[in-house]
Design a protein around this ligand. Structure first.
Ligand SMILES: NC(=O)c1ccc[n+]([C@@H]2O[C@H](COP(=O)([O-])OP(=O)(O)OC[C@H]3O[C@@H](n4cnc5c(N)ncnc54)[C@H](OP(=O)(O)O)[C@@H]3O)[C@@H](O)[C@H]2O)c1
Length: 260
C-alpha cells in the first residue's frame, strides 16, 4: 500500500451521503467511492440517485446504494439508515450535506422559509448524526461525521438575504463542536466544512442575476468562486485516516472570504 493510500484510502468503509442527487453531494459521494468506500446515496429524487449510483459503480467498482428518502420525515429517515447499515454491512462515514437556502427579506422568511430550512439544515442533520453514531457504535469501530456548514454560518451577508439559512448553518457549526466533545469517547470525530460559493442547483438561480459573480469574486481574496473539485479534498481528508486527530474543526473552503 502506498503512503497516499494509507493516509487517504477508504477501502472497506461505508459512507452515507445525504443530498446525493445533485450538486456537492454527488461530488462527495464520488470522491469517497474513488478512495474505495461503498456509498449509500440519500435524497428524495430516486431517478437522480439511481443514475448517480450507476455511474459510481461503473467508474469506481464499489457498491453504491440509492436510498430515496425525505430526511425530514423522521420515521423514514430512521428506516433509511437501517437500510443502509443492513445492506452495506456498516456505516463509517456520514456526510451531512442535504440543505436548502431560500432567499428573501427576514420578514418574508419568517412567513415562508424558516421552519423548512431549520428542519432540514439543522434538525434532520442532527437526527442523521444520531442514527449514524448508533450504527457506528453497533459496529464497534467509531466513525466520521462531516457536516456541510457555510461561510454564512459565521458571517452575515450583504449580497444575499439568507436569515433562516444563516441561522441554520450557525447552528450546524456549533452543533459540530458540541458533538465532537460528547462523542470523542466513542471514537467518533465530528467536523464541518464551511464553503463559500460553488456552482450547483442551489446557487445556479442567484448566479444568473446581474453582476453577482463579479461581486462575489471581489469579496473573496482569491478573486473568484469555488470550482467543482475544490471541496472534495477537504471531505476526503476529514473522512480518511489522515484526519484521525482532528475533531470539532470547521474548515473554511472559501478562497479566503472569511479572513478579511
Ligand atoms: N453550493 C454552494 O455554494 C454552497 C455553499 C455553502 C454551503 N453549501 C451547502 O452544501 C450543501 C449542498 O448544496 P448544493 O449547493 O449541492 O445544493 P443542491 O444542488 O441544491 O443540493 C441539495 C441536495 O439536498 C437534497 N435535499 C433537499 N431536501 C431534502 C430532503 N428533505 N431530504 C433529503 N434530501 C434533500 C436535494 O435532493 P432532492 O431534491 O432530490 O431531495 C439535493 O441533493 C447544502 O447543505 C448547502 O447549504 C453549498
Amino acid at each position: 500500500m502506498s503512503k497516499a493510500d494509507e493516509l487517504f484510502g477508504l477501502g472497506g468503509k461505508v459512507a452515507v451521503v445525504t443530498g446525493a442527487s445533485s450538486g456537492l453531494g454527488i461530488e462527495f459521494a464520488r470522491v469517497f467511492a474513488a478512495a474505495g468506500a461503498n456509498v449509500a446515496l440519500m435524497a428524495r429524487r430516486e431517478d437522480r440517485l439511481r443514475e448517480t449510483a450507476a455511474a459510481i459503480e461503473k467508474d469506481f467498482g464499489v457498491t453504491a446504494l440509492p436510498v430515496a428518502v425525505d430526511i425530514c420525515d423522521r420515521a423514514a429517515c430512521k428506516q433509511a439508515f437501517e437500510q443502509a447499515d443492513k445492506s452495506l454491512g456498516r456505516i463509517d462515514i456520514l456526510m451531512n450535506n442535504a440543505g436548502i437556502s431560500p432567499t428573501g427579506r427576514a420578514e418574508k422568511q419568517w412567513e415562508e422559509g424558516w421552519d423548512a430550512t431549520l428542519e432540514l439544515n439543522l434538525t434532520a442533520l442532527f437526527q442523521c448524526s444520531l442514527l449514524a453514531a448508533e450504527a457506528m457504535d453497533r459496529g464497534g469501530h467509531g466513525g466520521r461525521i462531516i457536516n456541510i456548514a457555510s461561510i454564512f454560518g459565521h458571517q452575515g451577508s450583504s449580497l444575499f438575504r439568507v436569515s433562516s439559512y444563516a441561522a441554520s448553518k450557525g447552528g450546524v457549526e456549533n452543533l459540530t463542536r458540541q458533538l465532537a466533545v460528547e462523542w470523542a469517547p466513542r471514537n467518533i470525530t465530528v467536523n464541518a466544512i464551511a464553503p463559500a460559493w460553488f456552482p450547483s442547483e442551489m446557487t445556479g438561480g442567484s448566479l444568473d442575476k446581474g453582476d453577482i459573480v463579479q461581486k462575489m469574486g471581489s469579496a473573496t481574496p482569491l478573486g473568484r468562486m469555488g470550482r467543482a473539485g475544490e471541496l472534495e479534498t477537504a471531505a476526503l481528508f476529514l473522512a480518511s485516516p489522515a484526519s484521525s486527530y482532528v475533531t470539532g474543526a470547521v474548515i473554511p473552503v472559501d478562497g479566503g472570504y472569511s479572513v478579511w
